[in-house]
Write a protein that binds this ligand. Structure first.
Ligand SMILES: Cc1ncc(C[n+]2csc(CCOP(=O)(O)OP(=O)(O)O)c2C)c(N)n1
Ligand SMILES: [Mg+2]
Length: 558
């Protein structure tokens, strides 16, 4: 008998994905995706096999952000799909183009134990769901899913019943033209001259200007234009958290604006009379709900400017344009001005002041998280990729002023903990030639600690730095401030070095900081993966918690 040579639908589907320039796919297999995934791998796609579906999607998110292109994940039907529901809203809100290949239960049986109505689950998160049941159209439908993900910058989940996937393919041998060849390539939008004139009038009348850049400015390559605008107005520079580091070497950059603003930055933002927000969506946290710059007019330069964002009125003045073109036109329209806000004294204050100078008494044998960050900031090479996770400790980790934006990643749009390890895997897969440092909390790392095995198996170059306060610090500090019981927020110090060794990684526990440079040099030479557990005191409270609970000390006294 002759071998069957007819391709199956999963063969053709794998080719349709491969021609969409899918180079890496984060995967967890089951009945409904494993044959397709096996074929995709044979098409030359690098498969990263993770241990939890959430982590497949979260890693694809970081991969997408790092490459400014589609991220790809695959899960099986039912129980594989339900695991995606925490990561999808974050991907939607972060405007990440992601395609997920999910299975669907077989159509031929009247009952299947992993059956669940997948479409409403997925669409509730804001992602799109495409249920494909017409084999002949599937290669085109795959192309269209990539088109939608790229054009709308949104996750798209494709569900295909796995009995259909196994059918012989009777359709044409040719695949449709892939999405990246069809996608419109619009040129950057220039501003309207009337808008430029109005914006220039506003800026010329301001005395204390802050130019605040977001990821839109990063993407548009507007960093140089923002620096020039700030220089011409004698103003200061700042960024949102995701864009942090864009002006890291500028003496007049006050750091992040938002919940993570350092001490000196808070003072200057409070004095600003105009904030020019470039390529940022003016999310609630970026301006502390408007409280960080109470005196300032707001001018937003963006391709899609808004008046209200996340429940706040954010900007009355708008310049609709590509971030770079808009800022360049505005700068060109401004008169030269001799004086501005800038002075040597301001540069010195920015350079010399600590992000947070508050004094805490801490227990012997434990570290101050601010000292940990300072030691790492001094020791870690500047070309290592850094990933900031979540939790109370992320305030401290965000204060690393010498780190450039292109080596930084954070995605926090759904406020979930537990993503750090997946984000670091996504960055490591996108930048295989680099070392990646993840900064995470003990609670967050614990939530998906199983991925240490993935890191070890795939030989990813990741150094995990854990700020271990033995607690859910965020909850602990808020409960304390409210005078409530700390139950449920304090767990004690887990031995992460031992956990790491159990997974075959290097592990170290730090109760002092003297050897940090030596160990960094050793890690630089050896590569591989390691977990460094820094034992910190839970008595050090971040400025953002202190701002949110200004009267907590009084409560304690009663
Ligand atoms: C998925 C999810 N569950 C719960 C929370 C609530 N939460 C916010 S921060 C936090 C504690 C994080 O602890 P850790 O990672 O140790 O960081 P720390 O705050 O201690 O610095 C928790 C439980 C959340 N944001 N996301
Ligand atoms: Mg903690």
């Amino acid at each position: 008998m002759k071998n069957e040579v007819k391709p199956r639908l999963y063969d053709v589907l794998a080719k349709a994905f491969a021609q969409e320039r899918v180079r890496t796919c984060f995967a967890l297999l089951g009945d409904a995706n494993m044959n397709w995934a096996s074929r995709l791998s044979e098409e030359g796609c690098r498969m990263v096999y993770v241990r939890h579906e959430h982590c497949a999607l979260a890693a694809a998110m970081a991969y997408s952000r790092k490459n400014w292109d589609v991220g790809m994940a695959t899960v099986t039907c039912g129980s594989g799909v339900t695991q995606l529901i925490t990561a999808l809203p974050a991907a939607v809100r972060a405007h990440l183009p992601i395609v997920v290949f999910a299975g669907e239960p077989p159509l031929k049986s009247g009952w299947y134990n992993q059956e669940i109505d997948q479409a409403p689950l997925i669409t509730a998160t804001g992602a799109a769901y495409h249920s494909l049941h017409m084999p002949e159209r599937m290669p085109v439908a795959v192309r269209d899913a990539f088109l939608q993900a790229r054009r709308e910058r949104r996750p798209v989940v494709i569900g295909i019943p796995f009995d259909l996937q196994a059918r012989p393919w009777d359709g044409p041998a040719d695949l449709p033209t892939p999405s990246h060849r069809l996608l419109p390539r619009p040129s950057p939008i220039p501003p309207h001259p009337d808008d430029v004139a109005a914006a220039a009038h506003l800026v010329a009348g301001a005395e204390r200007v802050v130019v605040l850049a977001g990821l839109g400015a990063v993407e548009a390559g507007a960093a140089g234009a923002c620096r020039a605008l700030a220089a011409k107005t004698g103003g200061l520079l700042s960024t949102t958290l995701p864009a942090r580091g864009l002006f890291h070497d500028d003496p007049f950059c006050i750091g992040i604006s938002g919940s993570f603003t350092p001490e000196a930055g808070l003072e200057y933002l409070a004095q600003a009379d105009l904030v020019v927000a470039v390529g940022c969506s003016l999310a609630y946290h970026a301006g502390g709900g408007g409280q960080l710059w109470p005196k300032a007019n707001m001018l937003q330069i963006d391709v899609d400017p808004v008046a209200v964002s996340q429940g706040q009125e954010v900007a009355r003045h708008h310049l609709r344009a590509d971030a770079r073109l808009g800022v360049e036109a505005l700068t060109a329209a401004l008169p030269i001005r001799n004086e501005g806000w800038r002075s040597e004294a301001i540069a010195a204050r920015i350079r010399d002041s600590k992000p947070d100078g508050h004094v805490f008494e801490i227990e012997p044998g434990l570290l101050d998280p601010r000292d940990v960050v300072e030691a790492l900031e001094r020791a870690l090479p500047h070309d290592w990729e850094i990933v900031n996770s979540s939790g109370h400790c992320s305030w401290f980790f965000a204060q690393m002023p010498s780190r450039p934006q292109e080596r930084f990643l954070t995605i926090r749009e759904f406020g979930a903990i537990g993503n750090g390890i997946s984000f670091a895997m996504g960055v490591a897969a996108a930048r295989p030639d680099r070392k990646v440092v993840l900064f995470d909390g003990d609670g967050s790392l614990m939530m998906h600690v199983q991925e240490l095995e993935t890191i070890q198996r795939h030989r990813l170059n990741i150094l995990i730095v854990v700020m271990n306060d033995g607690a859910y610090g965020s909850e602990l500090h808020k409960l304390r401030a409210e005078g409530m019981s700390e139950d449920g927020s304090v767990f004690g110090y887990c031995d992460f070095a031992g956990v790491a060794r159990g997974f075959g990684l290097e592990g170290k526990t730090f109760t002092k900081l003297d050897d940090v440079p030596k160990f960094v040099a050793e890690f630089a030479a050896s590569g591989g993966a390691a977990v460094w557990d820094f034992r910190v005191s839970a008595k050090v409270v971040s400025p953002s918690i202190r701002r949110a609970h200004p009267h907590s000390a009084e409560k304690k006294a009663h």
